[in-house]
Design a protein around this ligand. Structure first.
Ligand SMILES: Cc1cc2nc3c(=O)[nH]c(=O)nc-3n(C[C@H](O)[C@H](O)[C@H](O)COP(=O)(O)OP(=O)(O)OC[C@H]3O[C@@H](n4cnc5c(N)ncnc54)[C@H](O)[C@@H]3O)c2cc1C
Length: 301
């Protein structure tokens, strides 16, 4: 398919070909997206989904890319990113927030704090978007996004219908859900607990401090590579116990601060990160008998 003048005009210059994905994920890695589409609003998104379906284009939805490793050979079809009108926060009732899926988690935490709403503090420690956080059921410090969720609104890629799904109708588990891959989350409603701004701010700052002490910041990483086995059996413990802490592949290594965080030191390839993942998984299995499961998503050819 050629992205010509007419197509560009139809989608307000938001459809591009051969876009370098390294600019769109926290590892700063990956080849090109065959097509990359930034949807500004719901109408444009639906229009594009219709077009993609007609042209048999496979769609990969991307949030802030803080949990995604794109492979070196890129991604076939379209990588879809929600922007502009999908990033908003509204207080729609005393303690209910309506939030666009592209909104960054920390912005939601700050908005809730400014409106004296508690229970959102942990979101200030997660560097992704609301859409990504829901798909991953992200959380930390005994909290996770499903606990504050009321409902989500999705567009079904297959038939373009818009559906609101109540939290009770979704099966959330540790770092995942049973939501269909055909759903593009466009917004979500959350319920907070009325509180005091100063108390909320203190709790938020304490969590941020705790995070900074235990995890690397300003680093090319996608956070925890593997899922924890249980509260008392964390992936980092198994990695350490198996003697993998100093494993390296090309310019990819394991963070000195947190050995479940894998790092691109600047010149790594996606394949280096993937080889490191395989090497660690194998060693942990040989040493402890545990089969580590990936938390990060690996996408591409
Ligand atoms: C430094 C660092 C610290 C981290 N700490 C934590 C932590 O404490 N706890 C934790 O849980 N995670 C943590 N993470 C991982 C990551 O931030 C979370 O998983 C985050 O919620 C991912 O959001 P994202 O928008 O970046 O998702 P992406 O990486 O962009 O996507 C993740 C998945 O969500 C899907 N997706 C994204 N948006 C949508 C949408 N609108 N509709 C449908 N599907 C969508 C994607 O297709 C993909 O499958 C950390 C990451 C980093 C880099």
């Amino acid at each position: 398919m050629i992205v010509n003048f007419n197509l560009k005009k139809k989608f307000r210059n938001r459809l591009e070909k051969d876009v370098n994905l390294a600019n769109y994920n926290w590892f700063n890695l990956g080849g090109s997206a065959e097509y990359f589409f930034k949807a500004e609003d719901k109408d444009q998104l639906k229009e594009f989904l219709k077009f993609a379906s007609k042209n048999n284009l496979k769609i990969t939805t991307l949030g802030a890319g803080s949990n995604t490793l794109f492979r070196d050979n890129g991604v076939k079809g379209v990588v879809l990113k929600l922007i502009k009108n999908f990033s908003y926060i509204k207080l729609i009732d005393k303690n209910i927030l309506d939030v666009g899926a592209a909104t960054l988690d920390r912005k939601v935490a700050n908005f809730a704090k400014d409106n004296n709403l508690g229970n959102f503090e942990f979101l200030s420690c997660i560097p992704g978007s609301i859409g990504g956080a829901i798909v991953m059921n992200s959380g930390c410090y005994d909290n996770e996004i499903s606990k504050i969720l009321v409902s989500i609104t999705v567009i079904d890629k297959k038939n373009l219908t818009e559906i609101e799904i109540k939290k009770e109708d979704i099966n959330f588990f540790y770092r995942g859900t049973n939501l269909s891959n055909d759903f593009i989350i466009i917004s979500a409603k959350f319920k907070g607990l009325a509180g005091n701004k100063d108390v909320i701010e203190k709790k938020q700052n304490d969590l941020i401090k705790r995070k900074k002490q235990s995890q690397p910041s300003q680093t090319k990483t996608c956070g925890s590579t593997f899922k924890n086995i249980s509260k008392n059996k964390k992936a980092w413990m198994l990695i350490k116990e198996s003697g993998c802490e100093h494993f390296k592949e090309g310019d990819a290594s394991i963070s000195e601060k947190h050995c479940n965080f894998f790092v691109n030191n600047g010149n790594a390839k996606s394949s280096d990160i993937e080889s490191l993942i395989k090497k660690v998984k194998k060693k942990v299995h040989e040493t402890t008998g545990v089969n580590l499961e990936l938390e990060i998503k690996i996408i591409g050819e």
